[in-house]
Design a binder for this molecule. Structure first.
Ligand SMILES: N[C@@H](CCC(=O)N[C@@H](CS)C(=O)NCC(=O)O)C(=O)O
Length: 126
């Protein structure tokens, strides 16, 4: 029963997310290319219909951040990476690799959004 309720809620979350998809910020091609090269070192471990993950993905979309998403529910290797690397099976979790190749893991949707916005947000000009 709980599974059915969860499935319905998940479908509703995905539906409303699809209907109200935010518009991505438009950057000059060079500026976007620079951000794309920086976000190559990030990956978001997530579940498709988790509301906290949807919140982070919407922030990524709003800020036009092309960050790889890794499904930790359906893909066993991603689940293992998350548990072994981050220390807990909890999503969303952002894997951050710095320029020296050192990896850190950030849990909590609000912290992830704050991190992404402070690092990459571009003020809208129009
Ligand atoms: N406060 C956390 C809540 C995250 C959370 O509760 N995530 C759930 C999925 S919606 C989770 O990972 N549960 C553990 C599991 O499903 O194994 C946040 O804002 O990121």
């Amino acid at each position: 029963m709980l599974r059915v309720v969860r499935a319905i809620l998940g479908a509703l979350i995905l539906f409303f997310n699809w209907v109200f998809t935010p518009r991505g910020v438009k950057r000059a091609p060079q500026a976007q290319a620079k951000i794309d090269s920086e976000t190559k070192n990030l990956a978001l471990y997530q579940y498709k219909s988790c509301p906290f993950c949807v919140k982070v993905r919407r922030s990524m979309k709003r800020n036009s951040l092309n960050i790889e998403t890794r499904d930790a529910k359906r893909v066993a290797s991603h689940k293992d990476e998350l548990v072994n690397g981050g220390g807990a099976l909890k999503v969303p979790c952002l894997r951050i690799e710095d320029e020296k190749g050192e990896v850190s893991w950030m849990y909590e949707s609000s912290d992830i959004i704050q991190y992404l916005e402070s690092r990459f947000s571009t003020p809208q000009t129009s």
